[in-house]
Every structure is written in C-alpha cells, then in structure tokens.
Design a protein around this ligand. Structure first.
Ligand code: ATR
Length: 267
C-alpha cells in the first residue's frame, strides 16, 4: 500500500493522520499515513530514508518546513515564495518535489467554506513570521485591493512587504477600517493579542485567526467586541491537508464535513 507520513517535533498530537485517514475513506483511496518524530540532527536523512523505502509523500510540520524547502529538487511557485514547504512528493524520476499548501488551504477555507471573497478587499494581516510568509502568495493571487502587513517588529513586515509588493505598518500607525483582518501572529498561543486600535474593525469587517481552539480565540473575541464576524483556522488545517492529498492522489476531498466533525469532537 502507498505510504505517507507527517514529520515534525513534537508530532504525537498531530491531527494529520486522522485527517488523511478520513480523506482516504471518503474518496476510497488505499493508503497508509503515519507519524515520524523528526530528529534535529538527522532530519534530512529521515526524509531520504522514507523515500528510499518507497514512501510516496510527506507532510512537514514545525520546526522543519525551511529545512525541507532547502532539500527539494523542484519547488512549486507558492513554495518558492513561501521559503518553506509543508508537502513533499517523490517524482517518478526520483526528484523530491516540494509544495506549500498552507496558503491555498487558508484561502479556500475563507472563500469557499466561509463565502468571504478576498478580491477587491482591503486586507490587514497581523504578524510577519513564517506563518504569514507561507500564505502571502496565494492571498495576493486573489487580487485584493490592498494587503497591509502589521508587525511588532516592523522591519520584518517591511521585508515581506518589499518581497511581495504590499504595504507594511506598525500596529500604532494603522488607520481606518479593514474589510478582512487575518491574525497570523503566534500571540494567540499564549492567549494574548497585538495592540489593535478600535477603528480597525467595524460591522462589515470579517476576521480570520490562523489559530484554532475549543474556545473562541482572543482575536475572535476582539472581533466580536467590535461588531465584526469571523472564523478560526480549523478549516485551514483541514484545507492544507486536502490540497496535499490532492497533490498526491489527484482527488480533492470534501473539507466542510470533516471540519464540522472535528468541531463536534472538540466540544
Ligand atoms: P510562525 O512560524 O508561527 O509565524 P514566527 O516566525 O516565530 O512563528 O513568527 C511569530 C509572529 O508572531 C511574529 O510576527 C511575531 O512578532 P515579532 O516579529 O515582532 O516577534 C508575532 N508575535 C508573537 N508574539 C506576539 C505578541 N505577544 N504580540 C504581537 N506579536 C507577536
């Protein structure tokens, strides 16, 4: 049977095996998907060994996405722009092909599952780390009116803005209401929020948190308090997996039903 795996460290709590098992059942594909605890020293060797032993594809998670990027023979345009990969595929000629499905997973979740168009919208994105870099190319492909990157360390926002041809700002200098606000900072992990002015959100603002959780995230609570609406990133997690599955199996699984099921299981 075709073998796939996700590699990261830590890895025990990864939801990827159960997501891909669900996709395989839904689309009647036969495959094995396991976890692999990444080793700080031996990571590249672990990947090569997996493919040498007939592995078909891998997902890469923290903290190895940049190292995986560096070892690819061929990259998709979005992976090249992201500077990181979350999906590897062994090509027929033995080349390792790297893709980054995080951004398209997020964009499809926002536009398809939540019905929020990005085209022509004023978009604000909070944070300028790896998570934000990973989604900018697919986000810009939707042709928003503007994308402003705001970050605590403004130099990082400026570097990304220059590379992707969008705008950069400190949190303090942001002005006016945005149509869409995306939180890509890791602040949510510790239950904190960047300093966001009240004027940034209003009743027409739709907010998206790349993080997700059982409780509404602090960022989405901020959106609620400002009359906005929004969703967390559970659909992005499932969406990036669906895009990887599509790359490997050429079948696109349905994501909405799995998101609903996972949401119920978190209750
Ligand atoms: P990731 O891979 O999750 O993007 P990262 O590359 O370490 O992780 O980036 C974390 C992002 O969250 C950065 O934009 C960081 O801001 P700085 O560049 O100024 O460090 C942002 N961040 C983390 N904690 C934050 C906090 N408490 N308030 C505001 N921004 C925060």
């Amino acid at each position: 049977m075709d073998q796939y795996a996700v590699v990261g460290n830590p890895i025990a709590h990864s939801k990827s095996p159960s997501i891909h098992k669900h996709f395989a059942e839904q689309t009647q594909q036969e495959l094995i998907y396991s976890t692999l605890l990444g080793d700080d020293v031996q990571f590249e060797r672990q990947v090569r060994d997996f493919f040498a032993n007939d592995g078909k594809g891998m997902n890469i998670t923290m903290p190895f996405k940049e190292r995986a990027y560096a070892m690819c023979d061929v990259l998709s345009k979005r992976a090249e722009q992201a500077g990181a990969v979350n999906t590897l595929l062994m090509s027929e000629n033995g080349d390792i092909f790297g893709d980054n499905t995080d951004g398209i997973g997020m964009v499809r979740d926002i536009t398809h599952n939540h019905g929020q168009a990005l085209t022509g919208k004023r978009v604000l994105i909070l944070g300028a780390g790896g998570a934000v870099r990973g989604v900018l190319e697919p986000l810009l492909s939707e042709n928003p009116e503007s994308v402003t990157i705001a970050n605590r360390t403004v130099e990082k926002a400026q570097a990304l803005a220059e590379h992707f041809d969008c705008l950069a700002s400190t949190f303090e200098d942001l002005k006016g209401e945005f149509d869409i606000i995306i939180n890509g900072t890791s602040a949510s992990l510790s239950g904190s929020l960047p300093p966001l002015k009240d004027e940034l959100a209003g009743s027409k603002t739709w907010c998206y948190d790349m993080m997700y959780g059982k409780e509404r995230t602090v960022f989405l609570q901020w959106a609620d308090d400002h009359g906005g609406k929004g969703a967390d990133g559970l659909g992005m997690l499932v969406g990036q997996a669906a895009e990887a599955f599509y790359l490997w199996r050429q079948v696109r699984p349905d994501t909405a039903s799995l998101v609903a099921l996972m949401r119920k299981q978190m209750e």
